[in-house]
Ligand binder design. Structure first.
Ligand code: SF4
Length: 626
């Protein structure tokens, strides 16, 4: 009997409404472990090269991990993957909440969805009963209305629903998937892939227990976590102020993305901080399955002329900055509204904010005119304009239709030098972290298989001083702090090890805020947890190798789709000096940066074009990738 996983994957073909249950066997789970591991496997094995990401040949995979649903802090996650309509390459995004554990309680580790339904549908999974149901009456509804309608129809107000909004239906290339209206698989446009299949939602209800090999050991590790997490400064701060508790510190450090990454310091930073949320619009802290860190915020505004619905949660750090300093908006109420609208329409807050900031800079430089912008005075700091544009993007109306394809495609169409204002890597907009003050994040942006992604490795600033955080990663072979601006081979080595660790956490269904170095759970306790959960006689070495395996698989997928070493780059603006703040005058040294990328290739066993060697692929049991 399997432990930690259920041994069953649902396969649904929407073209002919066929539902099958597949049992891939334990060797599959041990090699790929879930999340990114499952997704890379299915995309490489089953997708022909060069398909249209918004065509019926694309498949979308929902994948839990071996630790999803273990009752320990920070184990709620699942990943969704497909060929990305935003980057044209490997697409993946993770979310927390309750949906992943619920799928496992229904008896399944994942879902592979293929084909295209002739009409709008949603999938309902209740333990062994799997139905494809008509969604014609729900299509076009925003996420809140759709959730209410599905729950009423199923007669179950606790059913967990992962769904798209009008943004996904309208194929916005950065449409997201939301569960519980607020936990987002935000990036890479996977909501548009669901939309292209006429798939509105997946509702899940499970009543079974997830089997664990050693429940007593899990309880012991849980007690240890609960005893220490509030003592750990990073976890405590997440609980107290949420992720936007970082705004003031990042601004003081001179790397708060401001005015489309032109500046690193924002004079309105205090007004968009976690402290301001706590003192003004915060109604309660929220979190994910079995996680006491409760880093999420629920905010509410109920004035007659201005409302923000608490059911859509509240803005996290990325959202606060994307609609705040990036667009020079120093108004938390407007940011909260922008967050609510994005969750209502089902579009990614990072790419939406970045697309608006891009258009603002084009307007400031005379590249876009008021006429091009449907009469909107799109100056930085114009709150009304931001809210109008969110709606236009989700509905693909007017200028919104152009921006809904992402800044890289928009810049190609606009021309006139607008490319330099598109802050993207591989077509995906940068997250809200300026690598001019933490260069490892720049490596993450450049090397991530999903385009600019801030969740590839822990950020350099975390590992810049001696102490508890650096001590926590000694089992990974990292024993000395490094300056955030260090780009030596030592930083590359740190990056390689941490990338493998975070890749494994992603596969396992673990939130990065739980384990070391970002959280309080020691590395070796994660290993012990995998042993207790699965019953496998495993080791840190095996888990790191699993992480390395999927990095290589995603790389092979991208190479197959035409992405090359020439795409492992950063926007030129990041090689230009910051114009204000503590790091005024600092830029990423270009030659050193690309030398670090080249050292990374060789440390990974890749050639100078970033292609994994035959030996490396064989070592990782990836003979089918050669
Ligand atoms: S730390 Fe926050 S995001 Fe992570 S599992 Fe806990 S509540 Fe969810």
């Amino acid at each position: 009997m399997p432990y930690g996983f259920l041994g069953k994957i649902i396969r649904i073909n929407l073209t002919d409404s066929m539902v099958k249950i597949e049992k891939p066997g334990e060797a599959f789970y041990r090699a790929y472990m879930g999340g990114k591991g499952f997704i890379t496997y299915y995309l490489l094995k089953e997708l022909p090269a060069g398909i249209n990401p918004l065509g019926p040949e694309n498949k979308i995979i929902f994948a839990t991990g071996i630790l999803t649903g273990v009752p320990i802090p920070a184990m709620p996650r699942f990943a969704v993957g497909a060929k990305s309509p935003l980057t044209g390459g490997y697409g993946q995004s993770e979310a927390g909440g309750y949906w992943g554990p619920e799928l496992k309680r229904a008896g399944y580790d994942g879902i592979v969805i293929e084909g295209k339904s002739p009409k709008p549908v949603y999938i309902n999974i209740k333990d062994d009963d799997i139905q494809i149901r008509d969604a014609s009456h729900i299509w076009g509804k925003d996420t809140g209305e759709a959730q209410d309608l599905i729950r009423a129809e199923l007669g179950d107000d606790k059913v967990r629903i992962a769904q798209i909004g009008p943004g996904g239906e309208n194929l916005v290339r950065y449409a997201c998937i939301l569960n519980e209206l607020k936990h987002a698989n935000g990036r890479n446009g996977l909501g548009a892939v669901m939309g292209s299949k006429n798939l509105k939602a997946i509702a899940v209800r499970g009543t079974k227990d997830i089997p664990f090999a050693d429940g007593d050991k899990i309880k012991e590790i849980r007690k240890k976590c609960l005893d220490i997490y509030m003592e750990y400064p990073l976890s405590r701060s997440l609980y107290e102020l949420g992720t936007s508790g970082l705004v003031k510190a990042i601004n003081a450090g001179g790397i708060l993305p401001t005015k489309n990454f032109k500046y690193g310091e924002f004079e309105g930073a205090d007004k968009i901080s976690g402290e301001t949320i706590a003192q003004t619009i915060l109604k309660r802290r929220e979190g994910c399955y079995a996680c006491p860190i409760r880093c999420k915020r629920a905010v509410q505004i109920e004035r007659e002329d201005f409302r923000v619905d608490i059911n859509y949660g509240g803005p996290e750090y990325e959202t606060v900055v994307a609609f705040g300093s990036l667009c020079e908006i120093a108004d938390m109420e407007v940011i909260a509204k922008a967050n609510e609208m994005c969750n209502r329409y089902g579009i990614d807050t990072i790419s939406t904010g970045s697309s608006i900031a891009f258009a603002m800079e084009c307007y400031e430089n005379g590249i876009l005119t008021k006429e091009d912008l449907d009469g909107i005075e799109l100056t930085f700091g114009n709150s009304d304009a931001v809210l109008k544009l969110i709606e236009k993007i989700a509905k693909r109306e007017g200028i919104g239709n152009l921006l809904a394809d992402g800044t890289a495609r928009a810049a190609q169409k606009i021309g006139k030098g607008s490319e330099k204002y598109s802050m993207n890597v591989k077509g995906q907009e940068l997250a809200m972290h300026d690598p001019r003050g933490k260069v490892g994040i720049g490596m993450g942006y450049a090397l991530s298989e999903t385009g600019a992604d801030h969740m590839v490795v822990p950020h350099d600033t975390l590992l810049a001083q001696e102490g508890i955080v650096v001590d926590s990663v000694a089992p990974l072979g990292i024993t000395e702090p490094l300056d955030p601006l260090d780009l030596s081979w030592k930083k590359v080595r740190m990056f390689v090890y941490l990338q493998q660790w975070w890749s494994f956490l992603n596969m396992a269904g673990v939130c990065d805020f739980g384990p070391a170095p970002r959280g309080c759970i020691p590395v070796m306790d994660v290993v012990n947890l995998v042993r207790a959960t699965t019953g496998w006689d495993t080791s840190l070495w095996e888990l790191m190798k699993a992480g390395e395996r999927t990095i290589n698989m995603a790389r092979i997928y991208n190479l197959r789709e035409g992405l090359t070493a020439e795409d492992d780059i950063l926007p030129e603006r990041l090689f230009e000096p910051l114009l204000n703040g503590r790091l005024k005058g600092t830029a990423i040294p270009k030659d050193e940066f690309y030398e670090a990328i080249s050292i990374y290739y060789s440390m990974m066993g890749w050639n100078d074009k970033g292609v994994p060697s035959k030996g490396k692929l064989l070592e990782l049991n990836l003979e089918y990738c050669i």
